[in-house]
Design a protein around this ligand. Sequence first.
Ligand SMILES: CC(C)(COP(=O)(O)OP(=O)(O)OC[C@H]1O[C@@H](n2cnc3c(N)ncnc32)[C@H](O)[C@@H]1OP(=O)(O)O)[C@@H](O)C(=O)NCCC(=O)NCCS
Length: 387
Amino acid sequence: LSSNVAIVGVGMTMFGKREDADVKELGFEALKAALEDAANVSPKDIEMLFTGYAWGYTATRNPTGELAEYARLSPIPGFDVHAQCASSTAATITGWSFIRSGFAKVVAVVGVQKMSELSGREVQRVMGQSADSSLEAPLGMTMPTAYALRAVAYMEKYGATEEDLALVRVKSSEYASRNPFAMFRQKFTTEDVMKSRPISYPFKLLDCAANADGAAAVILASEEVATKITDTPVWIKGAGLATGQQTVRGVPDLTMFTPTVEATRMAYRNAGVEPSQVQVAETHDCFTISEILDYEDMGFFPRGEGYRAIREGQTYVGGRVAVNVSGGLLGRGHPVGATGAAQIFGITRWLRGDAVGDIRVPAELGVAYTRGGVGTYGAAIVLSRRR
Ligand SMILES: CC(C)(COP(=O)(O)OP(=O)(O)OC[C@H]1O[C@@H](n2cnc3c(N)ncnc32)[C@H](O)[C@@H]1OP(=O)(O)O)[C@@H](O)C(=O)NCCC(=O)NCCS
């Protein structure tokens, strides 16, 4: 493989309800912001476009085509990358591979989703179809239920409590209150989480990430281009992808996600780093339990000790590793196809020494990890300030 690849521009829209924009307009808003951020890249420099997007929430079936035309990027090549919630992380890995293979020097990745056109009930149905389509989805498996089973298994095995889960949302809300792109800006206490309405035991409303509209974009460039156009490239040191079980009943151990373990292990290996070196991480906290499982599956804390890490505040800025200090999926909102690119947006800014809102994280090495489906896809990217 030829050369190193850097992130030279990032941008995102506010996450939340966006009645004023359709899929291509949301995508364009993020792309425009990323191009403005990449000071020396103009639209004519973009050689390929990849869109991370999950089908089923809107009528749009070809977001890359719509966006390429709307942004006047056609006829450059491009395609949609679909890996459920991991779509735009997988799209970024796709762009990285195309540059490394010598096919292009500058590519754009856009993650986008508009979920507000469907009712909450419809979204549940579409999302539930991420579970096995003949064996579990028809029996009523939904995302909150699939993750609730994991939360119960974890609590029973290790003695974590509902209050421990709530502490994850308390942290998210603290940071989301400082992130202007976040859907939920209010701070919550453990009591607020415990008193919110029941969803699927042990989850209450505030244990869950919310469906949202939004987009985020990343501009990638080869080493040759990046070193000429910017003084603050953020390097993709390594990436990893994995698949896991499509059925919940097929999962051998509900207290871990195999795709998280495998994708992050692959990413650390090809970046040549150890999880103990990671200083900042954006992970897939679609429910409060998810973040605790991620701490363990990504190698930050030993098995069974993730809940102690949040109790001890070790995943706040200044702790052992800053996790989801953008507010995460819980605080930022979760427009599924856009989430991975939004994670990369935050880590890139922090590694460059920039803030997100007033959130700054002193760090040189970070990882973004996104999980798709009921634990079906894992996608991880290791980012560094050093080449
Ligand atoms: C938890 C959940 C079921 C609630 O959905 P719902 O009952 O249909 O709720 P609605 O979307 O109708 O929202 C009702 C209110 O609760 C708020 N709300 C919804 N979800 C919220 C959340 N997760 N956190 C905080 N507030 C939330 C809404 O903003 C809305 O507030 P408003 O009345 O002031 O406008 C839904 O957010 C959900 O399924 N979340 C998980 C999404 C998911 O699984 N993603 C993929 C994971 S990999």
